[in-house]
Design a protein around this ligand. Structure first.
Ligand code: ADP
Ligand code: MG
Length: 363
């Protein structure tokens, strides 16, 4: 497989503020990549640098091995063999859907017959039958979205760039469109570089996810790997492991033998076996992160469990979300099939594979 896109140590500042702090990544032909990160972490900045819309302060961008951006040079987007779908679709309001879609072919002076053939192809692919003579204002959000994707696809670019493509659609449509988009791009073997703040969108679309946080890449892995083994506390939080309790290392291997070492952490004098992604030292303070849906409430003492007291149960349709408190004063949530009474005591059990330990950084 050919490497289509490569970024080497890309840095971007606005004034003194570092927005991208040295981004390295590669994208292979036909891959769907999702950059996942909280709002403001630099996703759009990254995308605009890849597209050549923004200059960079350091590093390089390569497309098929050719340098496209460096601090001294920026090749314009028309010469990069890529198209972008913007967050607000950015369709030209004075042009019918048809003219929006074929714009890129017109610029390239494609002949009429070929233009018609390509138009027909994307019309079918994106279910745009009957919509081509409408103006953008006469189309629904989902239809505008399809037109924007058709416009990006029609010139057969090496890469399609998508900036939060679904965030202007309502929830139901968003869920439908993300599956549809993933299906379409897989079928066409299009290389896609997609950015989003929505983990479920990244899960539904991506072959690999790049998790970004404050201008730094925290993890690059398949969706399942990111979910099962979140490398940093930020990735864990983004991917649903919002629960947190404090503990300290009882024992842990001195050297990492594999990438995922097991650490034994004590929480109120109880041994908990966890996944850890770093070398840990005895006595070191740790934060244990886990998901409410991966934690069960049991009445009797059991392995890998923390003693807790119920604070509150709230009905969630089919199950209860139960807030519990530890003797150490940490509170977290778990899901339980039945109502649990306030003050009831028991144990919150989490499997070692789903309990993640991170070094507590003070300050
Ligand atoms: P995201 O797309 O992940 O939400 P952005 O890439 O849009 O994040 O922005 C990253 C950071 O850069 C934000 O803190 C934003 O305020 C800042 N930023 C973006 N554009 C500019 C600009 N033109 N001038 C100064 N700061 C900017
Ligand atoms: Mg953005």
């Amino acid at each position: 497989m050919e490497t289509i896109l490569e970024l080497k140590d890309v840095k971007k500042n606005y004034g003194k503020k570092e927005i991208l702090k040295g981004i390295n990544l590669t994208v292979q032909e036909g891959e769907i990549i999702s950059v996942l990160g909280p709002s403001g972490c630099g996703k759009s900045t990254l995308l605009n640098i890849i597209a050549g819309i923004l200059p960079l302060n350091a590093g390089q961008v390569f497309v098929r091995g050719k340098e496209m951006s460096s601090p001294h040079k920026v090749v314009p987007i028309e010469q990069r063999d890529m198209n972008m779908v913007f967050q607000d679709f950015a369709l030209w309001p004075h042009m019918k859907a048809r003219d929006n879609i074929i714009y890129g072919l017109k610029v390239r002076k494609t002949d009429k017959a070929q233009m018609q053939e390509k138009l027909h192809e994307v019309e079918t692919l994106l279910h745009l039958e009957g919509l081509l003579d409408q103006y953008p204002a006469e189309l629904s959000g989902g239809q505008q979205q399809r037109v924007a994707i058709a416009r990006a696809l029609i010139t057969n670019p090496s890469i399609i760039l998508l900036d939060e493509p679904l965030c202007n659609l309502d929830v139901q449509l968003r869920i439908e469109m993300r599956t549809e988009m993933a299906q379409l791009f897989r079928q066409l073997k299009t290389t896609v570089f997609h950015v989003t703040h929505d983990p479920s969108e990244a899960f539904a679309m991506a072959d690999r996810i790049i998790v970004m946080n404050q201008g730094v890449i925290d993890q690059i892995a398949t969706p399942a790997e990111c979910y099962e083994s979140p490398r940093t506390i930020t990735v864990a939080g983004l991917l649903g492991a919002g629960n947190c309790v404090r503990g300290a290392v009882m024992e842990g291997p001195a050297e990492a033998e594999s990438l995922e070492i097991r650490a034994v952490v004590s929480v109120q004098n109880r041994k908990l076996v966890c996944k850890s992604f770093q070398n840990v030292k005895k006595g070191q303070k740790m934060l244990l992160k886990f998901r409410p849906e991966e934690c069960i409430f049991v009445e009797k003492e059991c392995k890998n469990a923390i003693p807790v007291r119920v604070v509150m149960s709230s009905f969630e349709g089919g199950q209860y979300r139960v807030k519990v408190e530890t003797d150490g004063g940490d509170t977290f949530c778990l899901l339980h099939p039945t109502f649990l009474k306030e003050q009831q005591t028991g144990y919150a059990q989490i499997l070692p594979e789903r309990l993640y330990a991170y070094e507590e950084i003070s300050g």
